[in-house]
Write a protein that binds this ligand. Structure first.
Ligand code: GAR
Length: 195
């Protein structure tokens, strides 16, 4: 099967959905969950699911180059074919991204190309959007700008706060990411659209 490493920084709810999806006749299997944050909530969840874990703390490295060298060194023994960024909150440089060109996916909490970067839910509310959602895309050197592999839309409600909107988008993420991972593992890169 295709070997998948998942990179996280936080609670890892998307990671859990990806791991849970890779069973039975699925063409991929999780081989590593790696966090740049020691003690990230997702690490214990990965361990509970029986997936090997690793920590590469960005604060323990002098600069991005040293951090990314350590990241690469931690990934290599797991021999991943594909990397899924799932709430991984470090920007990766062109050098690292180039090594994994076409083999690294990210989930972003907006309907790209709208709202690249951070604070997407507050920005969508400020902009008066009536539809919002999430995107899975290939990682390229330009932040949140790689080829789109799938999107899921949710409505924005008049009384939404960034928190209520984030919860609705997260539920959509949990449907979208496993669906896109499966398609990519099967060689399908045309974008998936979920309502
Ligand atoms: C997700 O909503 C994901 O889209 C977002 O972080 C959250 C992680 O949640 N990613 C980004 O903002 C990337 N810049 P999780 O740890 O529960 O999966």
């Amino acid at each position: 099967p295709l070997r998948v490493a998942i990179l996280i920084s936080g609670s890892g709810s998307n990671m859990v959905r990806l791991v849970e999806s890779m069973t039975g006749d699925h063409p991929a299997r999780p081989v590593l969950v790696l966090s740049n944050v020691p003690g990230a909530g997702g690490l214990a969840k990965a361990e509970a699911a029986g997936v090997p874990t690793a920590v590469v703390d960005h604060r323990a490295h002098a600069d991005r180059a040293a951090f990314e060298a350590a990241l690469q060194a931690a990934l290599e023994p797991a021999r991943p074919d594909l990397i899924c960024l799932a709430g991984f909150m470090r920007v990766l440089t062109g050098g690292f991204v180039a090594r994994w060109e076409g083999r690294m996916l990210n989930i972003h909490p907006s309907l790209l190309p709208k709202f690249r970067g951070l604070d997407t839910h507050a920005r969508a509310l400020e902009a008066g959007e009536t539809r919002h959602g999430c995107t899975v895309h290939e990682v390229t050197p330009d932040l949140d700008a790689g080829p789109i592999l799938g999107q899921a839309e949710v409505p924005v409600r008049p009384d939404d706060t960034p928190e209520t909107l984030a919860a609705r988008v997260q539920a959509a993420e949990h449907r979208l990411y496993p669906a896109v991972l499966r398609r990519v593992a099967e060689g399908e890169r045309r974008p998936l659209h979920l309502g």
